[in-house]
Design a protein around this ligand. Sequence first.
Ligand SMILES: [Zn+2]
Length: 443
Amino acid sequence: MSKKPPHKFICAEDVFKSNVKLENDVLIIDPSVSPSFIRELEKIVNKSIMIIYSEGENLKCPLCGEKLSKNGFHNRLLNKSDLIHLQKYKCSKKDCEFEKRTNIDNIVPKGCNYEIDVRHEPIKQNEISYMSLEKISENIDLKYQSKPSRQSILNFLDNEGEKYLDDECNDLFEYDNNELSGVFAIDEQFPSVNGEYRARPVIMDVHTNIILNDTILPIEELDVDFKENFLKTTLNGKTIKGIVSDGDKSYATIIDKIKVPHQLCNFHLMQNLMNELIKPINKLNRKIKSNTKKINDIKEKLPSFRSKKVQKKNEKKIKKLKSEIRKYKAELKELENYKERISNIFKQKNVKKAKRRFKTLYNNLKNLPPVVATFIQRLNKTFDKAVNHMVYEYLPSTNNQLECYNGVSLPDNQKKTYRTDRGLERAIKLGKKRWMERNRKPN
Ligand SMILES: [Zn+2]
């Protein structure tokens, strides 16, 4: 690029609707022009430019009405790296002592080092995906050639970040009761703050994806009374056609009191079954593995046995071990088979068919493997709630949609621990914003 400035003089009022003058590497601009513009301009002309923020030429003194004259510059270091000059003025009348400097509060708040665009960066970066304070700082450095400290970034998040979120979310989170489908899901998540768990109960409209309530509280406060109050106040005044939840017994009691159809999440039911089945399955697999090892050990030694009698005895041992393996495999298959049969109950088209399949198992309780029998006995008590989705076709069979929201709005909650409750609340709000923007549907 040429070393001489390509533009001797730029007058871009028409473009920027403000005064922008570049003369001999000195740029005189109006405080309405963002410093980002200057950074771009420096790239274009390939040299650094002296920046003067000025309020113009013909200013009048607010005290006496006389002309204000220019009176040197006030220097400021923007983002701790860019030197800018603010035009100072003083009144030209002799006795008037009025003085002022160009006001750039809209670019950088009073007493702050970083410009507003930089202060908005952390929340906007977190909006795309969770980013560590260090990463945010590096990204800001790439764009602004300035690396704010972790503390500064936390500060930006607490101030401009939360204000930005509030402004963006107020309308987005609003809804009218008549926009709701009346089918709600309730679920909880347990994120951690500094290693201490919090409860995060959420209520969502499963057809419109509207989040009605999403809050955090210390985990010990999430008792039956809280749950009842949470559900009742959130759904107060709304038409309720049904509620989906996981197997939490307190919700069953509360929802029965409200007298609306209650759907138990079938996915959770199957998950409970799997959690029970995994113990006998692992035990059988261990036995199969151990027998296989024993067989291999014997087989290895077999040629070394001189006596036919010892050989015969060991071959018999192998036979016995093999037959045991067959028995264990049959038991595994049987468990798998029961799992399929139970899963099929939930996939039936109507309650009558589901009930018939259930009764076949229930009437045969004493012949079932113990874990399966226990599950069936338990399911007997809540069977109607497990198949309500066959009665009311608007009820989903699982809580998956809400789990999806929880996962999207607060990912990796098992691994991640937030530094502060404020940070957690902000992460939830960001997630809710993303969810409502992308998934909210009309009823
Ligand atoms: Zn004056």
